[in-house]
Design a protein around this ligand. Structure first.
Ligand code: DC
Length: 233
């Protein structure tokens, strides 16, 4: 039976965690496509809060105001186009959350407990029905600890910076060395924060994508899913 043809009870959840630029979103989107599952980019949710904070004039260290703000936000991830469209209170913010302005503050925004509590609740609700591929930093450890497949996707800082550089070329001209510094800095703050830091779940499969193509990584994850889907039936 094909992966899409399984009964509902055969559907599983797939958690993909790892540092910025390891290829999580591209890989997660492709895995979801292959399985006929829904892809959920949790980083986009934190970015949506960062975007809203900028709009509301709230500084990224203001935990109280951020906590109140997040309660007023309606964040919707809709499948379609290039992966997914992100909506905030009815506004399409898909492109707006990828700016450097958002990228530079999002890690700090994501460090506040009230922000995380609210988004994790949303994320768990989305995964209830199973058949989800979710990427982020704390999915396998905290959001969906019982996900059937857990992957920790990593790659060297150099390769991750180079990938970002190639994505950006033509747009903002940011020197490669600066991207390397920013990625290393974001790793540090994601790893060191007190609440739900970026750590590898004990039962996660570690995949180092430094020397693998996207399709190779996707194939590895689909293999893991196949094994688990058979077990779940
Ligand atoms: O994956 P990304 O670069 O779009 O994520 C943006 C930021 O959000 C990143 O700095 C870490 C944070 N994040 C998080 O803390 N927990 C998640 N589950 C996903 C992202």
């Amino acid at each position: 039976m094909g992966m899409n043809g399984g009964s509902i009870s055969g559907r599983i959840n797939v958690a993909i965690d790892g540092p910025a630029g390891a290829g999580k979103s591209t890989v997660a989107r492709k895995v979801a496509e292959q399985l006929g599952y829904i892809y959920i980019d949790t980083g986009a949710m934190y970015r949506a809060v960062a975007y809203a904070a900028i709009g509301a004039g709230i500084t990224p260290d203001d935990s109280d105001r951020l906590g109140k703000l997040v309660q007023t936000l309606k964040i919707v991830l809709a499948p379609g186009g290039e992966g997914q469209t992100v909506w905030l209170n009815g506004e399409n913010i898909t492109a707006a959350i990828r700016t450097r302005e958002v990228t530079l503050i999002v890690s700090q925004i994501a460090s506040h407990e009230p922000v995380r509590l609210k988004l994790v609740e949303l994320q768990r609700g989305l995964a209830d029905a199973k058949g989800i591929v979710m990427d982020g930093r704390d999915i396998g450890t905290h959001v969906l600890p019982s996900a059937e497949v857990k992957v920790f996707l990593m790659a060297s800082v150099k390769v991750r910076a180079l990938r970002r550089f190639q994505e950006l070329s033509g747009n903002a001209q940011v020197p490669l060395q600066q991207l390397e510094r920013e990625i290393a800095e974001r790793d540090r703050s994601d790893e060191r924060r007190e609440i739900s830091p970026l750590i590898c779940a004990k039962d996660a499969e570690v995949i180092d994508s430094t020397e693998l193509s996207i399709d190779q990584v996707v194939a590895l994850i689909l293999d893991l899913c196949r094994t688990k889907t058979v077990e779940a039936k």
